[in-house]
Design a protein around this ligand. Sequence first.
Ligand SMILES: *Cc1c(COP(=O)(O)O)cnc(C)c1O
Length: 466
Amino acid sequence: MDAHLAHDLDRLPDLLEATRRHAVEMLAGLDARPVVPAASAPPKTGPLPEHGAGLAAALDAFAEDWAPRLSASAGPRYLGFVTGGATPAALAGDWLTAAYDQNSNSALDGAGQELERATVGWLRELFGLSDAHHGTFVSGATMSNTTGLAVAREWLGERLGVSPAEDGAAALGPVRVLSGAPHSSVAKGLSVLGLGRRSLVPVPTLPGREAVDPAALERLLAEGDGRPCVVVANAGTVNTVDFDDLRAVAALRERHPFWLHVDAAFGAFAALSSGHAHLVDGLDLADSVCVDLHKWLNVPYDSAVQFTRRPDLQARVFQNAAAYLGPLGEHPDLVHLTPENSHRLRALAAWFTLAAYGRAGHREVVERDVAAARALGEELAAAPEFRLLAPVRLNVVCFTLADRPTPERLTALREAAGPEVFVTPTVYGGTAALRAAFSNWRTTGADVRRAARALREAAAGLAGPA
Ligand SMILES: *Cc1c(COP(=O)(O)O)cnc(C)c1O
C-alpha cells in the first residue's frame, strides 16, 4: 500500500474529524462570506504529483487555494438560477452516501434499490401523485426530462408499430413536440434522443403570460391529423414561474393522441402549500413528470426524480442486457431504468431530509421562500430604481432597472451586488432582466432586507447618464 494511503487508513478517524471541522467552519461562516467571491485567477496547479501529500496536506491545499474561490451557493442569499441548499439531514445523508459507497442498481447486493423505491414512494405522496406513477432517481431535471422524453419516444413507437429503442429514432419519421414555454433542457434532451431540437414546436402562450394557450395547443394538435405526438407542459417556468393549466391540457387527450410530459422541476413543490397547490392540480394525469430535488427539496447536488406511468416502456429504452444481470422480470432492477448503469445511492439524502422533517418541515421551507419572494417583490416594486416584469406567482422575482435596462448596466449591477446577493440575468418579453429565485431552507426576512438593500445600493452606484 502507498505510504500516504496506509497512513491515512491508520489515521482515518482523525482525518475525517478534520474534514468535518472544515465543513462546520465553512457552514458557520456562510452568512459572512461573499455570496460570489471577487473574480481572481485560479490558483497555480503544478503537474500531477507522482507522490501525493496525504489527506491532511490535500485538505490544507484545498482550504487555501480553492475554498475561498467557491461561491456561497449553500447559503441564504444565493438567489441565482433555482438553487437549493442542503438541510442538515440531507447533508448527513449525502456524507453517508459516500461512506457506504453503494452502487444501488440491482437486487444482487443488498437493499440499496429498495431504499430508492421507498424514497420514491414518499416523494410521490409529497407531490400528490398516485401509485400508478413509478419513479427513478437521476442526476438532475435535465436528465429527468430526457428520460421522460425517452419513454415518450418509445410510446410514439408503440402507437406507430415500431421500436425506436431497437430500430433508432428515424423509424418514427417526423416527430412533433409541442410546448408553450419549455425549459432549455427540453431541447437538449431532444437533441440527445435523436428527435432533434427542431422537433420542438412552440405553442402560443396566453397574453402576457408564459402559460400555454390551450386553444392554440388544440389547433396545433388538430394539424397532426391523428398522428401521435408529445406535449411538454410546464409547471413552473424559470422566468415568471407560470403554470400551464394541466387539467385543460390533459383533457385534450380525449380528442388527440399525445404523451403528456410535465416539467415540474421546482413547480411541483407548490403542491406542499395549501395556498398554491391549485397551480399543480392535475399533475397526476401526466404520463411522465420531472422534479428536481437539488432545488427545493434542499438536498445537495445532484439529485432529481423522474416519474412515469409506463415503466415497461422505460425498461425497453434503458434495459442493459448482460448475462450477470439476469432477466428483466416484472420489477426491473434500476440498472434497466435510467441512462446510468452504475449510480450512487442518490436517494439517501432525500430519505434523510424527508425522515427528519417530513411534509410539514418541507412545507414550511416552501412557504417561507414564497413569502421571501413576495417581500422582495414588494420592496423592489416600491423602489424607484426598479420595476417588476411579472407578478411574483411563487418563488421568483423577475425585475429590471427602471432606467435604461441594458445588459451592460444589469451586469454591472449584479457584480456590484455580488458579495451580498447573487441573482442571474435573463431576457423576458424582449427586455433584459434579472431573476431572484428563492429555494434555500436558510433564507429569512433579514436576508430579503439585506438583498434589497444591496440591489438598491448597487443601482444607485451605477454610472449616471453620459
Ligand atoms: C432547473 C430546471 C431544469 C434543469 O434542471 P437541472 O437540474 O439543471 O438539470 C429543467 N426544467 C426546469 C423548469 C428547471 O427549473
